[in-house]
Write a protein that binds this ligand. Structure first.
Ligand code: AP5
Length: 209
């Protein structure tokens, strides 16, 4: 899943996961989890995340390499938020080559900056299971409790307008250039990030086959 922050990558990744029965590997969630557990990598990562900077490639690449060695990814997986830099794309190429795997699709989720800033200010996330809500388009059923696990929903530290704007700059500088790489491989599938939620399963299935 490739696209600017808040475009809807995580939301679409979870729909694809339900449609095809494969796990989502979300680097942002894994790094936030490591920070909450207070691991050395997690505490280093938290500083970068709170400022809206990319976490250093060597940390993220190690986290992804370990995650992709677990048995539940054997039938396929969805990468949400990785790769995000040239060095990460090259690390992914190496991991896939070692396991004799190939990328089938790169879903490019598109959305304008103003829409993103407005949208992220109303996002609420579950700190326990990672479920994502929106106060208007996808509100939780009971107050601010997660529908999935009941934990109290929170607003992410990096969802403040000034940090969101910096994340958008970082996306344009470091991540967006990866689109050229995947365009050459002819595996980019464009999905508008403002597609009505109820239309996404049908649209994604028709695009991914
Ligand atoms: P990460 O957690 O990956 O954040 P992000 O890429 O900035 O993306 P978001 O999670 O903010 O948004 P999203 O596109 O998934 O949108 P969502 O579905 O939630 O990364 C955070 C930080 O971690 C980075 O800044 C960096 O520091 C670090 N990091 C992570 N990966 C890294 C890497 N590989 N390398 C280095 N550092 C890394 O949707 C947003 C909102 O919109 C939600 O409220 C949702 O309900 C709503 N919504 C979604 N789709 C729709 C729709 N179709 N209609 C109406 N509402 C919708």
């Amino acid at each position: 899943m490739l696209g600017p922050p808040g475009s809807g990558k995580g939301t679409q990744a979870h729909i694809i996961s339900e449609l095809y029965g494969v796990p989502v590997v979300t680097t942002g969630d894994m790094l936030r989890d490591a920070a909450a557990r207070g691991t050395e990598h997690g505490l280093t990562a938290k500083g970068y995340m709170d400022r809206g900077e990319l976490v250093p490639d060597e940390i993220v690449n190690a986290v992804v390499r370990e995650r992709l060695s677990r048995p539940d990814v054997e039938k396929g997986f969805i990468l949400d938020g990785f790769p995000r830099s040239k060095a990460q794309a090259e690390a992914l190429d190496r991991i896939l080559e070692e396991r004799r795997l190939r990328l089938d699709h790169v879903v490019h989720v598109t959305l304008g900056d103003e829409e993103i800033v407005g949208r992220l200010s109303k996002r609420r996330s579950c700190p326990r299971c990672g479920a994502v809500y929106h106060l208007e388009s996808k509100p939780p059923r009971r107050g601010l409790a997660c529908d999935e696990c009941g934990a109290r929903l929170v607003q992410r530290d990096d969802d403040k307008p000034e940090v969101i704007r910096h994340r958008l700059e970082v996306y344009r500088e470091k991540t967006r250039p990866l689109l050229d790489r995947y365009a050459r491989m002819r595996i980019i599938r464009e999905v508008p990030g403002d597609t009505p939620l109820e239309d996404l399963p049908g649209l994604l299935r028709s695009i991914l086959g």
